[in-house]
Design a binder for this molecule. Sequence first.
Ligand code: ADE
Ligand code: ZN
Length: 337
Amino acid sequence: MSDLSAFIRGLPKAELHLHIEGSLEPELMFELARRNRIALPFGSVEEVRAAYAFSNLQDFLDIYYQGARVLLTEEDFRDLALAYFRRVAADGCRHVELFFDPQTHTDRGVPFAVVADGLLAGMAQAERDLGITSKLILCYLRHLPEEAAFETLRQAEPYLDRIAGVGLDSSEVGHPPSKFARVFQASRERGLKLVAHAGEEGPPQYVWEALDLLHVDRIDHGNRSLEDPRLVERLVREGMTLTVCPLSNLKLCVVDDLAAHPLKRMLALGLHATINSDDPAYFGGYLGENWLQAAGAVGLTRDELVTLARNSFTGAFLEPDEKQRHLAALDAYVAQA
Ligand code: ADE
Ligand code: ZN
């Protein structure tokens, strides 16, 4: 391992863009299918992996929603979360803000409580056993009507003290943030933090809408913001965190080549970019791999790497004293590395 790789692995960092259903590895998919007596349209783990060739977001989503069908019980959701935390423990990951898609499960008859209790159990165990803290972000599926998102918010009511925020994911183009302005307002009135996928495949206009109509605290992806200099200026001025996902962008053809990824340019413009994995089981790498491959492909300097780690804590939904503790640990690491 090169010096820079070792430095990256050890760098204290947070993950702010991780769909827990996107951490379902084919091996666990088969195990859960067997446990729950669910037929899979694949004969082997190799066949599943071979199907992971996507030309756009929708290609991926079709197979991702298929995979999630094996998740039925509280134990399944706990095992899924724990498997993810065990992977990132070796990546210097100290804190995770994880997305879940309740509608993917409730629409199959799995109660909201089964999903939430299972994930919360896995998160509690990860904190006890691995020292990784985490928060839950409930995502509304944007290809469904806003009324369905309201119903999900109603189901979440008993859990709102354990849910940090809400997000917006799934098929972006044709489903602008404006479609969800009312349910985001209702979520904000309940004290929830707000994030939204915007500018992954959708135009800069969707990023403007996420800011002006949804009043988000972070933008997930945000790549296409770079097409609009006024938008860049606004994001920089507001210190808006962008949760960027390099390997996802490569696998979903948002960029043609990792060397052409805009991460370094984003930092040069003063944008508060972070590095994240999105759906690591589908995109060929967890948090550490995203850092290593992005750093190698675009040539990130040691200072840029430290800025990215710093951004991951300042952009997190942690209390100021918790952020300070993480930033102090980061400074201490950099001073001795
Ligand atoms: N759901 C899971 N991953 C996603 C992504 N990258 N974009 C939109 N929705 C998603
Ligand atoms: Zn995502």
